[in-house]
Design a binder for this molecule. Structure first.
Ligand code: SF4
Length: 238
């Protein structure tokens, strides 16, 4: 499949998160690295191990582009991104109904502002004909395969967790880190993200082991946030 992609496209983009799936795809593309632009979005709130990993990848591939989000600024304006949004605790909810001790926002608004919008702006500016994605069918639904003249290709869509892991053990060398052993969410994304708790169930265990101070802060946040959500739901009388 990889050869066939490069027969049809002169150059391709790989959106690279540094998680285990995108690392597997990056290594799979090795014979074509001179025709791949590896693009990473730095949200401004990255874990040090991810920064270290990206430094290695940058020095390894011929074409690497860093896009910028600004999650810390977004956080200042909108609060903590969460999975279930108690709307009276958002910035607008507090404007309408009064201040709260906690400010939260939707995880999709936060990711959109700090990750997806920089990606979209980049695609609009560069107008590539092909974008490679490392999504796999065990993790999510498949996105569109063609949009605005761009072909989106999913070379490892059918790979299992075991296939990815076996491939990385053989090929990744010192690019592999402790976080890559988690089943999900191995890109880690933002340090202070309080969302995606269902999609990344091992995150707290990882934080406890590797970043104990951040783990404590995260647990404290979850305790107060859960109390807020339960309290809001209790107000619904049926
Ligand atoms: S990963 Fe979390 S903190 Fe980072 S941009 Fe997405 S929702 Fe916001």
């Amino acid at each position: 499949m990889i050869d066939e992609i490069f027969q049809r496209h002169e150059e391709v983009i790989l959106f690279y998160s540094g998680g285990k799936d995108s690392l597997a795809l990056l290594l799979l593309l090795k014979p074509y690295w001179n025709r791949v632009n590896v693009v990473w979005v730095d949200t401004g709130n990255q874990f040090p191990e991810v920064i270290e990993h990206m430094g290695k990848v940058m020095s390894m591939v011929p074409h690497f582009t860093t896009l910028k989000g600004n999650q810390p600024e977004y956080f200042q304006q909108n609060g903590f991104p969460v999975d279930v949004v108690p709307t009276r605790y958002t910035r607008f909810g507090q404007f309408a109904f009064g201040g709260k001790p906690l400010t939260v926002c939707s995880r999709f608004g936060c990711c959109n502002a700090n990750i997806w919008t920089p990606m979209r702006a980049y695609l609009t500016a560069v107008k590539p004909t092909c974008v490679l994605r490392a999504d796999r069918q065990t993790e999510r639904v498949k996105g569109p395969e063609n949009e605005d003249g761009i072909e989106f290709v999913f070379p490892i869509w059918e790979w299992t967790d075991e296939q990815v892991w076996r491939y990385l053990q053989g090929e990744a060398g010192d690019l592999l880190q402790e976080r890559h052993c988690m089943k999900h969410g191995t890109s880690l994304d933002c340090q202070t993200c309080m969302a995606y708790s269902e999609e990344i169930p091992e995150r707290l265990t990882y934080l406890k082991k590797e970043h104990p101070a951040l783990y404590e802060k995260t647990v404290r946040f979850y305790e107060s946030y859960k109390a807020v959500v339960v309290n809001e739901i209790k107000k619904i009388e049926v």
